[in-house]
Design a protein. Structure first.
Length: 181
């Protein structure tokens, strides 16, 4: 088993004042990593699927996933990500060019005389179309993340004018990184 070290750094200087930020964390017990680059067209395509037990290329055991990073490597176009849970709730997120989206699963907890196994991406997402109320530690409306889909997004004017390269072919190269226990 290995440790996944994650570091985020922001650095900016405005009017001679620094507003830097740095945070890091370590996810322990990682024994499987999937890293790949896929080309996403303007039609919705499945990037990642979750399963309760069986795994395969692009399909991961939902209870074991601890970290997902999706990076849009396109210098020209944003990427539309759709995350869906087992209750058919979805939310869509516009990931800008040259940007990343991170989704973490629940990790194991060991401390203060307590040890429980994290549940990965089980019960980690609610995207109902109503106001969420009564949220506390026993919030019961979370569903298991079941898949993430994506499609490249470009303006209709740029696509039809051919100014996006080869006619109407808008694509984004996307790097996927998934770490599991």
């Amino acid at each position: 088993m290995a440790n996944l070290k994650i570091e985020l750094r922001e650095s900016i200087k405005i009017n001679e004042n620094l507003y830097d930020s740095y945070t890091k964390t370590t996810i322990t017990g990682i024994n499987e990593v999937s890293k790949r680059i896929v080309t996403v067209p303007t039609t919705e395509s499945e990037l990642i699927a979750m399963a309760s037990a069986s795994i395969g290329a692009g399909t991961f055991a939902e209870k074991d996933v601890r970290y997902i990073r999706i990076t849009n490597q396109s210098q020209d176009f944003p990427l539309m990500l759709t995350l869906k849970n087992e209750n058919n709730n979805e939310f869509i997120y516009k990931l800008d060019k040259e940007s990343s989206f991170i989704y973490t699963g629940e990790r194991d907890f060991i401390g203060k005389g307590i040890h429980y196994s994290g549940s990965g991406v089980i019960n980690s997402l609610d995207a109902a179309d109503n106001v969420i109320t009564g949220v506390d530690s026993s919030y019961e409306n979370l569903g298991d993340l079941v898949n993430i889909t994506a499609m490249a997004s470009g303006s209709t004017q740029r696509i039809t004018s051919g100014s996006v390269g080869s006619g109407s072919k808008v694509q984004c190269n996307v790097e996927l990184f998934v770490a599991s226990i």
